[in-house]
Write a protein that binds this ligand. Structure first.
Ligand code: SAM
Ligand code: SF4
Length: 351
């Protein structure tokens, strides 16, 4: 199996697998999984004149369909045997999965995993931080869209700013480096905090990524007018701070990076909507219920779970995976008349 590679029909070699541990979440972010009608309308109302597709009727995956740690470990081992090198654990909220550190230990022990990262909302991180580090997690990214307690609550549906800040502090204290922070900026909701978030990254020596809002929310309230583009974010930051380009990008990197002159902290701008990077995309995803997704915006999923549970040999599954990735989409079609949003929201896809 050592000679295998996952190459799609556009010549892209796939190296990065995102693994969702659960579709459940303890937060209810407006742009992902808004909880109440008020939350859905909170931003939908701004652009009420625009027609939207119907909201997704949220259906939680039955527990029996969620992959076990053994199954995830096997899937990762097969993928790594086919050239995958980077693994990111995500969700839903990955730390809602009991004993997530046990999975981290299993995955970090797989030869060929060169990078093992996690994306978390950070709320449960303080109680898990040391165990995750000891289990071999290399990197952690936190989601933090506001430094204002009231706005944080409005966006996430939870009064959890202090816990998340404590999680970030602790991650740095126990040696995760760099600690990344992701902020999704939505017009009229948190675009007033762009400079404050950047100032926070500088002060705390964090690597902050501004991410454009994508049409993956369960409310299907996304409108392009709500997207604060990466170039708008950058323009605002350049008016406030002196920023220098931070090194060369790897070809598959999604973010344009900038640093402050004193080298403290780093800013990145990820623009999947306004400047798609599909041509360099080297990712595939494994959902919590064992489906392979070849694009964030795929409308088709490929059933790995039944193969893992059906007694097939690793070699046969690796061959199947090679066929599946041939179907990786060339690019997304956001903003175009033929765009069809995926049937599941970001929390189910695994962001
Ligand atoms: N619960 C974890 C968290 O929030 O970090 C991990 C899963 S979450 C789906 C992964 C990332 O997706 C987060 O950084 C979140 O901000 C981002 N995200 C969710 N919905 C999004 C959307 N509609 N557009 C852009 N980014 C989104
Ligand atoms: Fe949960 Fe993350 Fe989605 Fe927020 S972005 S609702 S924390 S999965």
């Amino acid at each position: 199996m050592g000679e295998r590679l996952l190459i799609d029909s556009h010549g892209r070699v796939l190296r990065d697998l995102r693994v969702s541990l659960t579709d459940r979440c303890n937060f209810r972010c407006l742009y992902c999984l808004p909880e109440t009608e008020a939350a859905r309308n909170f931003y939908r109302g701004h652009w009420a004149h625009m027609p939207n597709p119907a909201p997704i009727a949220q259906q939680w995956v039955p527990k029996s369909n969620i992959l076990s740690f053994e199954e995830i470990e096997r899937a990762v081992r097969i993928a790594v045997g086919s050239g995958i090198q980077k693994i990111r654990l995500t969700g839903g909220e990955p730390l809602l999965r009991k004993h997530a550190e046990e999975l981290v230990a299993r995955v970090s022990a797989i030869p060929g995993v060169t990078d093992l990262a996690m994306t978390t909302n950070g709320f449960l991180f303080p109680e898990k931080a040391r165990a995750l580090r000891q289990a071999g997690l290399h990197r952690v990214s936190f989601s933090l869209d506001s430094l204002d307690r009231g706005n944080f609550k409005k966006i996430t549906g939870r009064d959890g700013l202090n816990e998340v800040l404590e999680g970030i502090r602790l991650a740095q204290e126990i040696g995760f480096h760099p600690v990344k922070v992701n902020a999704v900026i939505i017009r009229d909701i948190n675009d007033g905090e762009i400079e404050a978030l950047a100032g926070f990254a500088r002060e705390r020596q964090l690597s902050l990524r501004f991410i454009e809002f994508m049409p993956l929310d369960s409310a299907r309230a996304w409108q392009k007018e709500m997207v604060v583009t990466g170039s708008e974010v950058l323009g605002r930051l350049q008016r406030r701070f002196e920023l220098r380009p931070a090194g060369t990008e790897t070809p598959s990197s999604t973010s344009k990076r900038w640093m402050f002159p004193d080298g403290q902290g780093e800013i990145g701008v990820i623009s999947p909507v306004s400047e798609p990077f599909c041509g360099h995309c080297n990712r595939i995803r494994l959902t919590a219920d064992g489906k392979i997704r070849t694009c964030l915006f795929s409308v088709t999923e490929h059933d790995l779970r039944s193969r893992l549970r059906g007694g097939g040999a690793d070699e046969a599954i690796a061959g199947w995976l090679e066929e599946v990735v041939l179907q990786k989409e060339a690019r997304h079609h956001i903003g175009e008349p033929d765009f069809v949003p995926p049937p599941r929201s970001m929390s189910c896809i695994g962001g």
